[in-house]
Design a protein around this ligand. Sequence first.
Ligand SMILES: *Cc1c(COP(=O)(O)O)cnc(C)c1O
Length: 456
Amino acid sequence: MAVHISPLPSVDALLRAPEAEVLLSRFGRAALTATVREVLATRRTVRAFGASAADILGETADRLAIRFARSQRPVFNMTGTVLHTNLGRSPMPPEAAEAAAEAMRGATNLEYDLATGQRGERDDHVSFLLRELTGAEAATVVNNNAAAVMLVLNTLALGKEVPVSRGELIEIGGAFRVPDIIARAGAILKEVGTTNRTHPRDYQAAIGAATGAVMRVHQANYAITGFTAMVSTRALSEIAHAAGLPLIEDLGSGSLVDLERWGLPHEPTPRDSLAAGADVVTFSGDKLLGGPQVGLIVGHKSVISAINQNPLKRALRVDKGRLAALEVVLRMYRDPDRLADRLPALRLLTRSEDDIQATAERIRAALLGRWPDRDIDIQPCRSQIGSGALPVDLLPSVAVTIGGIQLKNIRNILMSLPKPVIGRIAKGRLILDCRCLEQADEAPFIAQIMQAADTA
Ligand SMILES: *Cc1c(COP(=O)(O)O)cnc(C)c1O
């Protein structure tokens, strides 16, 4: 018996169909036409004739939605790592994000001096704040701390030796390795001391006619304990200065304020390093500082001015959006009393266990409402600061944990939500640390859990 097969509609007919109108206005003619052609072509190859225009345009709409979906999207960070490098590190205060958006939308006085009508310097918008907050003579800003370290070394020690303790030859995430950075900056690493013990005499023996600068690197993401010795910034600065050399200190996370004030572990500040004799200090803007991704360089006027004359500075400079955000964040540091409320990174790090517990209970109830048969529990856990800061100090926190079969399935469901939920699987359970889910985020979190599909 012969089956009557109607031909597929033409591209023209499809574009004229009423269902095409909304697709046309949303995605434009070029993308719509190309995708309609694609759908028709696949239907032909699988000999799926007889489809209606609505059917074909429906598939076209799905494909277009996927193709036009934004790749980078907000997620819920429930990993327990507050400054998670893979999730974009520090959250920013809304005022800072708004300042960035406003600057990016149009023209600004980025390099224009409104007092004189002459050319200005982009660093001027933040360098006075950095000087005020660190006690430095001068300051500049580049793309990130890796760039800051590279630029400082390239400026002070191009073709020269840089003694660094073997206990500080670190690797941090994303392939930042101190020996590689020194080499790529055009300087020559001179290893000093041993992994666990480095003494003043080791540095003295390493310094010679070929030395360009001495460098100290903060032990960011690890700790050496036991039989250890290291040379303090003050002692090392005396050794460097006696030889007429500058001391560079890479602080990594470098907090601008003493975190002990909020019960957090001590982290060295750029102000301390400079006061102890470092000539130039580098640190990140998006780690403990709680701002945008930038590398901050503070120190002697002569060093900063040499850095600003290095042609590499231009290649590493920061755009107006991030500078605008940085200015807002730095201004917040002028009022340390309110910092823990206004700066999200600090607010999350100092959040009370009781508060996190209350969130966890509401989240557990919502998850049980959606998946009543699941094994869903509340457990104490420990958050990490992240970004290599204070690696041995974990913050007591509370997690909602999900157990039972097909754990990967539930994890995938949570990751495919409009605002994906990122947790971690450990010991056969999916752990959702509630530290970074603030009260204002709970309603949208719960609303989308209610809409979640059964399978991913
Ligand atoms: C994080 C870190 C860096 C790199 O900083 P980025 O801002 O990621 O470029 C360099 N040195 C130390 C000690 C760090 O902790």
